[in-house]
Write a protein that binds this ligand. Structure first.
Ligand code: DAT
Ligand code: MG
Length: 201
């Protein structure tokens, strides 16, 4: 408990930027924290740290046709992530060929594009601590036959060619995908009431 309090205090000081605190921390920890700070960590008005990592989640055409949009959104809300962008659209070949450029040489590529343009998608941007990695875990293995029960793919799908949902696979990949599918003006910065001060109430 005491150790946790000391660590918390050190973090708080570090993020307000005092040199004394930085000198007192081991080099490895300092580097890790500095690295994190430059990427994703913002100081927030009431909480010590607010992590603003973002990921792209899409309900694919089979998920939309099967009326799974609500259940998929519910999982991310329930987990504690924040929705900052959402739209329903018919994907174009151009955007999809960019989105799936890493798969261009695969034998299933043609079928994949055909499936992804077969009906509307719901694309979303979700924000929160470690959201990229956590979303991948929540979505499950690419091949639903290997996806664990409790994951989206493990609960709703049986075949890799109809795996219901997309989730970015890295922070860098997420940034590219978000730029591909959304304009900055369509993403909303807003405060979750349970993460902000209640002083004003
Ligand atoms: P993920 O969607 O888990 O990030 P990926 O990026 O490797 O997986 O592939 C993108 C999509 O391509 C995947 O969701 C479904 C399709 N796909 C992948 N491997 C496939 C295969 N062997 N046969 C058919 N479709 C496949
Ligand atoms: Mg992928």
């Amino acid at each position: 408990m005491l150790r946790r309090r000391v660590f918390h205090a050190a973090l708080q000081q570090l993020f307000t930027g005092t040199q004394e605190t930085e000198r007192a921390l081991p080099c490895g920890l300092l580097c890790a924290l500095r690295g994190g700070r430059s990427l994703d960590l913002h100081r927030h008005k009431s909480s010590l740290l607010d992590v603003r990592e973002r990921t792209l989640i899409a309900v694919k055409p089979d998920g939309v046709q099967r009326r799974l949009i609500g259940q998929i959104i519910q999982r991310f809300e329930q987990r504690g992530f924040k929705l900052v962008g959402l739209k329903m659209l018919q994907a174009t070949q151009d955007v999809l060929s960019e989105h799936y450029c890493h798969l261009r040489t695969k034998p299933f590529y043609g079928n994949l594009l055909h499936y992804m343009t077969s009906g509307p998608l719901v694309v979303m941007v979700w924000e929160g601590h470690n959201v990229v990695q956590t979303s991948r875990t929540m979505v499950g293995n690419t091949n639903p036959a290997e996806a664990l029960a409790g994951t989206v793919r493990g609960d709703f799908s049986i075949h890799v060619s109809r795996n219901v949902v997309h989730a970015s696979d890295s922070v860098e990949g997420a940034q590219k995908e978000i730029q591909l599918w959304f304009q900055t003006k369509d993403l909303l910065d807003w405060d979750l009431w349970d993460q902000t001060s209640t002083d004003d109430v």
